[in-house]
Every structure is written in C-alpha cells, then in structure tokens.
Design a protein around this ligand. Structure first.
Ligand code: NAD
Length: 301
C-alpha cells in the first residue's frame, strides 16, 4: 500500500517505521521539526506538509496520529488558509485516524471524509510506545466492514490485536469505556492496599488473596501499585510509566465528555476523572497512574 503517515511523535514514528519494514511505501510528515529530523534520520521519506505527503505518496491510505480531535479535524478540512488532506486525496482514499479523540470528534471526522468522497475509520490504540515499537498494539476500530477489511493487513503490521467494534466512532467508544474501567479499578486497588496497610495486612498477603479471588483485575495483577508482588509493575521503578497520569487524565476527559453527552449516571467514572485531574495537575503528570496510591496515602489521616 502507498501510505501517507501524519504525526510522527512518540507513537506515530515507530508505527510508520513498522509499516515501512512490512513493505508499505510510506511518506511521512509532522509539524514539529524535531520529529521530522528523527524520521529522516531513521530512513523514512518525508514531505514538506501534510497535503504534500498525501500527493507525493499518491496515497491509498492516510493515517493520522495526533494529540487531539481539533488537530485531526483541522488537518482533514484545512485550517488558517492551508489546504486540507481531504481536498488533495484521490477519491475513495481510506483515512485512518489512530489518535485518541472524543467519539463526537471521531464521528465529525468520518462525516467530513464521507462528504469529500473518501472512506474512513477511527482506530485508536492501546499498548503505549513499547507496543508501537514492537508492533504489538491493540487497535479498536470503528467504520464499515469493507473499510475494516481493507485496513486490516495494514493495522496488522503495527499491532497484534485488531478488533472491529462497529460503525463510525465505536473504536473510540470502546477505548474510552475500557480506560474508564481501568481508572476506577486502579484507584480501588490502591485504596485497598492503603486500607490493608492500616489494618496491618502485608502487601503480599493481600495480593495472594485478591489476585485469586473476586478482586482480581489488571490493575492488581499487572500494574500492582505496591512494589514486590509483581516485579515488572511501575511501583518497582519509582512509578516511571507505564501509562502516565497525564495520558490517563486526557482519556478521562474524553470519558467525561462522553458521559455528559449521553447523560449516563457514571458516578465512579466522574470521580475517577476528578481524582486523576488533580493527580496530573500535581506530581503525577509524568508518573505512572498507579502512583495514585501515594496521593491516597498522603491524604489519609
Ligand atoms: P505526540 O505528541 O508524541 O505525537 C503527536 C504528533 O502529532 C506530534 O509530533 C505533533 O507535532 C504532530 N502533529 C499535530 N498536528 C499535526 C498535523 N496537522 N500534521 C502533522 N503532525 C501533526 O503524541 P503520542 O504520544 O505519539 O500520542 C499520539 C496519540 O496516541 C494521542 O492521541 C495519544 O492520546 C494516543 N496514545 C498515546 C499513547 C502513549 O503511550 N504515548 C498510548 C495510547 C494512545
């Protein structure tokens, strides 16, 4: 496939490299010169703008990996007098947005692409930078069956688990729901360990019981918030991420947007949003989100 890959940041650059390794023809672009330099040094062909990457590649597929929904929508339709990606792409080009953005923005991006005569998928990922580098990302995909089947081999070059979640926006919906579960369960596990400490229960004893009982969950058995029971968890390396508090806070902001727009009575999700907002505003932005246990300890009498 001929692919324009836009957004060569922490995730995008290794993803683009894996596509090139798999034999796809890639032309990349990033608005940040440092990212362009890193891409060029890594042997990736780059163009002087997003639209130029699309036309130079004669792209069958355009992949975007940006920070926000506003960036995706601006790039699709053009902003500040600049030409948009949709306007320069050949009719029927498949647009795949892998940024983590709101369901509403994803649906707006789908509508713009369709109105311009193109195909589109939302395909956010989980697995972090390590998953991007090792081509082991999980992709959650929203869009039509046909577009999903076209994209599948391309996504498989960057990931290990590719799930078609339904129509437009439902990849983002799956991601936001999963991460809300994760946030709430990580806080619950951290509170349980601090409560256990106060009651005189050892970390290992609580782990041995809960990991084999109904308290079992990823936040406990993989991302255990205390050092010891799971040697690979961030707690054993001073809470270096992992998954940083800032990113969890961003994803919970998207969950909050979805909760407000649907009117769901998601009290735990909203509370998790507030807790991680404070965590990310303080010391937690660059720490793993399991470090929330230190905040809980600090605020316990
Ligand atoms: P990043 O900030 O490192 O990369 C985003 C890149 O997009 C930046 O280099 C920026 O300059 C570029 N960009 C913005 N607008 C552009 C435009 N119009 N044209 C070209 N380039 C443009 O972010 P990241 O960590 O790579 O994350 C990318 C997305 O993936 C985010 O939505 C994030 O929430 C999501 N995500 C990140 C992780 C992670 O661990 N980093 C994990 C899962 C999902």
């Amino acid at each position: 496939m001929r692919i324009a890959f836009l957004g060569l940041g922490h995730m995008g650059l290794p993803m683009a490299r894996n596509l090139a390794t798999a034999g796809h023809e890639i032309v990349g672009f990033d608005v940040f010169q440092g990212a362009m330099d890193a891409a060029a040094q890594g042997g990736l062909a780059v163009a002087e703008s997003g639209p130029a990457a699309v036309t130079t590649a004669r792209a069958d597929i355009v992949i975007t990996m940006f920070q926000s929904g506003a960036q995706v929508l601006d790039a699709y339709r053009g902003a500040d007098g600049a030409q948009g990606l949709l306007a320069v792409a050949a009719p029927g080009t498949l647009f795949i947005d892998s940024s983590t953005i709101s369901v509403d923005d994803a649906r707006a991006a789908h509508a713009l692409a369709e109105a311009a005569g193109h195909r589109s998928l939302d395909a956010p990922v989980s697995g972090g930078v390590v998953g991007a580098e090792n081509a082991t990302l999980a992709f959650m995909v929203g869009g039509s069956d046909d577009d999903f089947e076209t994209a599948r081999p391309v996504l498989e070059a960057m990931g290990r688990r590719i799930v078609h979640c339904g129509g437009a926006g439902l990849g983002q919906a799956a991601k936001v729901c999963n991460n809300m579960i994760l946030a709430v369960s990580q806080i619950a596990v951290a509170e349980a360990f601090v409560l256990g400490e106060r009651l005189g229960l050892s970390h290992q004893a609580l782990f041995d019981v809960a990991s084999n009982a109904s308290g079992q969950c990823w936040a406990l058995t993989t991302n255990c918030p205390v050092p010891g029971p799971v040697p690979s968890s961030p707690a054993n390396r001073d809470y270096q991420p992992g998954f940083a508090g800032a990113l969890m806070n961003k994803d919970l902001g998207l969950a909050e947007h979805a909760i407000m727009s649907t009117g769901v009575d998601a009290q735990m999700g909203m509370l998790a949003r507030r807790i991680y907002q404070e965590y990310a505003d303080g010391s937690g932005a660059g720490q793993d989100f399991s470090g929330i246990i230190n905040t809980i300890r600090e605020f316990s009498d």
